[in-house]
Ligand binder design. Structure first.
Ligand code: CP
Length: 318
């Protein structure tokens, strides 16, 4: 795997291979020295043209725990502020003999465009509404660790589907792993055309909350809303929020997820985010081994389709 631009580049075996590799790297996180020399001598640039907390820090930690050198490039503190183009920025960074660029941008398609301007591997850390493949991989990993398999599981993705790259990538990854996905949203927050989406659609969270294995709540992305898709946040919460009352109706073995950052009190009540069956912080923690697996698969000495060999080559347990 040279680049990771979208989950659409991965089939089920690829996703399962990455999950298995991540499991090996998770074991590294439990050691006194949480570091392996797998990417010693490689240089990874974090090129974030849009804000991030979780993705940026976990990619940074992942690269460092693989012993890569890391350059943190922030558009807001760079010559981008003086008007330098993305192309000139990428060509400038690439002239310094880098091996990978982890890129986040507010516009869909930028990571793909960047592959035309660099010989480095390009990893998509979120582009516009399009894709967030490593979020989907860490969410898949989190659920496989919890349930053993996603085959036959029912996952509700609830909220602002239209503006969500997380929803697009998770629908693809979850269904490839055998889950059934129901989108729950007002029609104003659904994509206009759902042709080709392997999903069911439900307009009321109350209709599915008692049935699902996973309630995956999405952030209301106020920075991407150009009109008013619902009357008030209070009204949105009353119909689509995972309130304490709704969470109490979930099955005893069901879990709650959110990619963060959360609007507490809007799409999820604060008490619900912190309750025992909430995997929100587990998702964050799992971002490190999953991103180690992605970096190693793009930059390491082999491909992830020989996971046993890869795990052995970096001294991690299979
Ligand atoms: N889930 C996610 O992408 O979070 P950040 O925007 O903080 O990276």
């Amino acid at each position: 795997m040279r680049h990771l631009l979208s989950t659409h580049d991965l089939d089920r075996a690829d996703i399962e291979g990455l999950i298995e590799l991540a499991r090996g790297f998770a074991e590294v996180q439990t050691r006194d020295v949480r570091k392996v020399p797998a990417l010693r001598g490689k240089t990874v640039v974090m090129a974030f043209f849009e804000d991030s907390t979780r993705t940026r820090t976990s990619f940074d930690l992942a690269a460092k725990r693989l012993s890569a050198d890391v350059i943190n490039f922030s558009a807001s503190a760079s010559s981008v502020k003086k008007g330098e183009s993305i192309r000139d920025t990428i060509e400038t960074l690439s002239a310094m003999e880098i091996d990978a660029i982890v890129v986040r941008h507010r516009s869909s398609g930028v990571p793909h465009q960047i592959t035309q301007w660099t010989d480095a591997s390009v990893i998509n850390a979120g582009d516009g509404w399009h894709a967030h493949p490593t979020q989907a991989l860490l969410d898949s990993y989190t659920l496989v660790e919890r349930f053993g398999s996603l085959d036959g599981k029912h996952i509700a993705l609830c909220g602002d589907i239209n503006h969500s790259r997380v929803a697009r990538s998770n629908v693809d990854a979850f269904t490839k792993l055998g889950a059934t996905v129901t989108l729950v949203a007002p029609h104003t927050l659904l994509p206009r055309n759902l042709d080709g989406w392997p999903v069911r659609v439900e307009s009321k969270l109350d209709n599915v909350v008692g049935d699902v294995d996973v309630a995956y709540m999405l952030r209301i992305q106020q920075e991407r809303l150009t009109d008013s898709p619902f009357p008030t946040l209070r009204e949105y919460r009353s119909n689509y929020g995972l309130t304490v009352e709704r969470a109490a109706r979930m099955r005893p073995d069901a879990v709650i997820m959110h990619p963060g950052p959360m609007n507490r009190g809007v799409e999820i009540d604060p008490e619900v985010a912190g309750q025992e069956n909430s995997l929100v912080l587990q998702q964050v923690a799992n971002g490190i081994p999953v991103r180690m697996a992605v970096l190693f698969s793009t930059l390491g000495p082999g491909r992830f389709d020989d996971v046993a060999k890869l795990a052995g080559s970096v001294g991690v347990a299979k």
